[in-house]
Design a protein around this ligand. Sequence first.
Ligand code: HEM
Length: 538
Amino acid sequence: KPTSPTGKTELLGTIGEDSRAQAGEFLTTAQGVRLPDTDHSLKAGRRGPTLLEDFHLREKITHFDHERIPERVVHARGAAAHGTFVANGRAASVTKAPFLAEKGRETPVFTRFSTVLGSRGSADTVRDTRGFAVKFYTAEGNVDLVGNNIPVFFIQDGIKFPDIIHAGKPHPDREIPQAQTAHDTFWDFVTLHTEATHHVLWAMSDRAIPRSYRTMEGFGVHTFRLVNADGETALVKFHWKPVAGVHSLVWEEAQITAGADPDFHRRDMADGIEAGAPLEYDLGIQVMPDTEDETFEGIDLLDPTKIVPEELAPVQIIGRLTLDRNPTNYFAETEQVAFHTGNLVPGIDVTNDPLMQARLFSYLDTQLTRLGGPNFTQLPVNRPHAPVNDMLRDGMHQTAIHQGQAPYLPNSVDQGLPRVATEEEGAYVHRPRHIEGEAVRANPVSFDDHFSQATLFYRSLSKVEQVHVVEAFTFELGKCYEQAIKERALSVLANVDEDLCVAVAAGLGLPAPKGKPAAEVVPSPALSQIPPGPGPIT
Ligand code: HEM
């Protein structure tokens, strides 16, 4: 009876030359055959026709024809950098994950910043939420903190994600506008789904036009559950605080920059790193007790449209992220990196936030299509820096030659089998959590509060920041074709702040709902210099 070892993996390169190395003196075909000429196809006579037998022509063109992969369904435009995360040890009381808890522990990271709505070739400085996705290559396995630069989200349940994205992406008939919130379907959605109001206020603020990736905050958005070495749990929210401070462009700068240098943010990051000025962020956590109702000071911690004000739960810094190395190849690294909210290690667990639960399904699912099958964890940028022995086999783009005959456990055929680990040996054990109730398609009642934190946010802004919000609403809504959508938007704003509503109504030349008094905050003269949009604004 044959016996063989299992769980061992070798790369194809070990049984021949590794074509990925692109080594050797001569230009060759993909089969390693040296070529005499790569500029002229093989023709019957100098004037042709071209011969089908020209295997070099066919291979070269065929490979080129398949160079593109689908862009991400959202966050298609991005730029990334390598770096290191160093923990300061303060998180030890709340998590047993060594990369967060152990003082001085250094963990390599890859961070991708992105806009959400534009296509891969769109401009950097558009008004949009920014993605802030960090992959930690920890010794215990990969952890992804897939966050945004805005601490709340448009929707409370992931089942609406296709809808908000359909509404936010360019209209399907003309595919305009590119990467902008200035269009009917966006405003139609967010005014019909008023849970979006808080995120919309942030999106109309200066936060949605950052000066640089290095001056942008990041947020995990959802509440996570951390587990410490004693098995105690706490509910936390993650924050990235830029060491360079938070800075934004003003709208006119953002517009000019989008035209003059659509690569403004990625250029700024790459040039800065090359010049020896790394991007730096402190990682902080807000820690809330893990109570049965999962609320804190009356705030439902499972509602991703709500923040916890820092006055109520201060952000405690637990480590520093430094991004100091540019990718070598955009496609191999920035384009092929695959983040997933379900990439977690012991010490970090999820919550029942219904947006988070849908995300836990969505990322792996979309990557199966985007990256051509289930083996994208073998791509260099996605490989864990921890031993892998997963018994996953075959599939599209398999580059490993697995050994053995019996990829299952237990088996009595192969030698040197892996075994399952205990929690003490580092196994990821899902925290037992109490679940009860009837299957319903409904939200908790606390999710019905759509406006109080939008008001809180608007009133927390300085006067000049409020003016920018008024201008942004006026500009973006001014691009809508449908009067009814603008009017609905005003009736939503009336629930947020009366002065804001009246000022935007004045900017749009529409009556404010319920005839509210004139606003203190009025659009600045700069706004009148911005040409009206293409809509029927007469
Ligand atoms: C991509 C953040 C909600 C589905 C991304 C990326 C970020 C992000 C940063 C870009 C990752 C990269 O750089 O490669 C967020 C945040 C959310 C949120 C902070 C809410 C708090 C959702 C929801 C869904 C979703 C609710 C679906 C139910 C996706 C998909 C991608 C993506 C499909 C593309 C991933 C890929 O192709 O690799 N998201 N997202 N996201 N997100 Fe989300």
